[in-house]
Design a protein around this ligand. Sequence first.
Ligand SMILES: [Zn+2]
Length: 238
Amino acid sequence: MYSPVHFHDRPSPNHDARPGAVDMLVLHYTGMSSAAAALDRLCSPEAKVSAHYLIDEDGTVWRLVSEGRRAWHAGVSSWRGRRDINGASIGVELVNPGHGPDYRPFPEPQMAALETLARGIIARHPIPPRHVLGHSDVAPQRKIDPGELFDWQRLARAGIGLWPDFTTLPPPAADITELQRQLAEIGYETPPSGAEDAPTTAAISAFQRHFRASLCDGKADRETRRRIAALAAALRTS
Ligand SMILES: [Zn+2]
């Protein structure tokens, strides 16, 4: 079981009514140097952005928006053909400077706080493992957060999100169209154009950041293609 999280409340005005139930969890990094700077932005009426929670590197958790309201964290996004990701999700921001010279691993107290918080969120809402996502998964052409230094495998070990068994891998997709179909089965918006177009390259990068962090170049090498096939197959039988 999970222990309750102690929240610091810092209400943001940037939310509106939810159109329906919550069944997704979307993780972000702030891309800012400090929690204080991120809180100012996430609570600024002019910025029109927010998240439900912000977790500092020391594990401090702020609650900005009630889970019953739609926070404005994902922007233009898509997953499994759905577009109102904000309407269906809880958004969690992790303090991290983001890609650049200071991009760094998410430290232990922050990850431990996230695990506790996420367990509670999943206990309150029916969020399937395949709906625990990064911002880059739902907006691959615009976003790269939380990025390849985020430890998705650890989170899955804690019972949050998906990490398929990659020890035995199926054959890779035969061609780009099949690869696009597999990516779309997973949830990415990759129309079967048969060409290595911008949506496909972006989805491959997003998949790599999440499921093959040692290589995030947007090029589907054999290992990446086999992991995509493995995840699509695992979801088909689950
Ligand atoms: Zn984000």
